[in-house]
Design a protein around this ligand. Structure first.
Ligand code: SF4
Length: 406
């Protein structure tokens, strides 16, 4: 199992504390939260670790099966975990085969990167070392947020720690580091390859930020990284950004439209009360943070009230609920007894595509029904102009699925 102990400046939170240097000390006093997703991730990691151990060490089938069975007995175990961890194992096997001589493979390697980050330590899921190359592989079970290995501070810190860990054995023979993130539930494997010198230079470059974050005199810098911060609901800096009403007050009617401002300055006449499209675009961007922050406040207040802590002006009430049978089997039997035919009472429906893929595993599923899969265009969704996805085309959507006559 991955260790429960966390460093103040953990590798996994580096993308946050490298920007908001105040975050680590601010979060320090706040309770840790766990979620069902985190628990699932922990179990999947243990299965992945076991599989790599079986492949890379001398482990009898009996020991392996006993340990696997034990993990599979966990109430949160899902057969999908076997398939996702197979993908991870396949990738590691591929990397091992890429070495000229059989490399050393180690799992759950405790690494220390305190040469760069005060008291920095962490755990690499898998290290493969041989010749002049060190591979670091991280398994991510989540599918909510895609994580790339490119410029990934967490992976780079692990790599620095792994270099230090193996130095007494291999000295400075390592020249190249390859860092990979395997995120099977998103069908994603990404890598970054970097020269050792470049990696160390990056480590040196972050030292001042790490020292500041550790000192307790860091700066609060709100942004997208707040979403994983333990203090996201209680942080005043984030609240100040989101409640910067001064920033909003001029939106109506002058706003930030340079055209309107210039017009007002030229004529002294205020434009009409209708927001321009330019202003709406601007407000949507600024309101995004506000919407996320408000949802975080709601979640915080709900948790507090559930725990019996009052939040002035608020209470919990029962939400909307749907009627249901207290005993489904007995209710259906009563309907059949009342003279209704089974064909009228039951719908015979196949499982969804995702459920079937989960059942069969990606490879078998692709082999069996890959040719039947189509992907209709999604509903038009508002996104910022900088979004990497292609712009929605109503014409293309209208014609999708239409096969031209030949
Ligand atoms: S909520 Fe954001 S700004 Fe506040 S401490 Fe956390 S990361 Fe920093």
């Amino acid at each position: 199992m991955p260790p429960v102990k966390h460093a103040l400046l953990s590798a996994s939170s580096a993308s946050r504390w490298l920007v908001c240097t105040a975050a680590p000390r601010f979060e320090e006093g706040l309770p840790e939260r766990t979620s069902s997703y985190a628990e699932e991730g922990r179990l999947a990691h243990s299965i992945a670790e076991l599989k790599v151990q079986k492949k890379s060490t001398v482990m009898t089938n009996r020991t392996y099966n006993a340990r696997l069975k034990k993990l599979q007995k966990d109430p949160i175990y899902d057969p999908e975990m076997d398939k996702t961890t197979d993908t991870y194992l396949d990738y590691i096997t591929e990397l091992v085969m890429g070495y000229d001589c059989v490399p050393t493979v180690a799992v759950e390697v405790q690494v220390n990167f305190s040469d760069y980050v005060p008291e920095g330590f962490g755990t690499c899921d898998c290290c493969i070392i041989g010749g002049d190359t060190l591979n670091i592989v991280d398994y991510k079970h989540g599918k909510g947020v895609p994580v790339s290995a490119e410029n990934n501070a967490q992976m780079r810190l692990y790599a620095l720690g792994a270099l230090a860990y193996y130095f007494p054995i291999v000295g400075d023979t390592i020249r190249t580091i390859c860092m990979s993130i395997v995120q099977p539930r998103l069908n994603s494997i990404t890598s970054e390859t970097i020269a050792v010198e470049e990696l160390k230079a990056w480590g040196d470059s972050i030292k001042p930020l790490a020292a500041k974050a550790f000192s307790g005199f860091g700066e609060f810098v709100p942004g997208d990284h707040c979403r994983f911060c333990r203090g996201k609901a209680q942080c005043r800096a984030r609240a100040n950004t989101c409640t910067a009403l001064e920033d909003f007050k001029d939106c109506v009617p002058l706003g930030r439209s340079p055209t309107l401002v210039a017009e007002y300055e030229r004529t002294g006449v205020k434009p009409d009360n209708t927001l321009t499209d330019e202003e709406i675009g601007d407000l949507l961007i600024r309101g995004k943070l506000l919407a996320k922050w408000y949802a975080d406040l709601e979640e915080y207040a709900t948790t507090a009230l559930l725990a019996g802590k009052p939040i002035p002006g608020w209470k919990l009430v029962e939400g909307r609920s749907n009627r249901t049978f207290s005993d489904m089997d007995a209710a259906i039997q009563a309907i059949l007894t009342a003279g209704y035919d089974e064909a009228m009472v039951y719908d015979r429906k196949p499982k969804t595509l995702s459920q079937l893929e989960k059942l069969m595993g990606k490879k078998d599923f692709e082999a069996a029904v890959g040719g039947f899969i189509i992907k209709p265009p999604g509903k038009p969704t508002l996104a910022e102009a900088s979004d990497k996805r292609e712009t929605y085309s109503p014409a293309a959507a209208d014609y999708s699925g239409v096969v031209p006559d030949v």
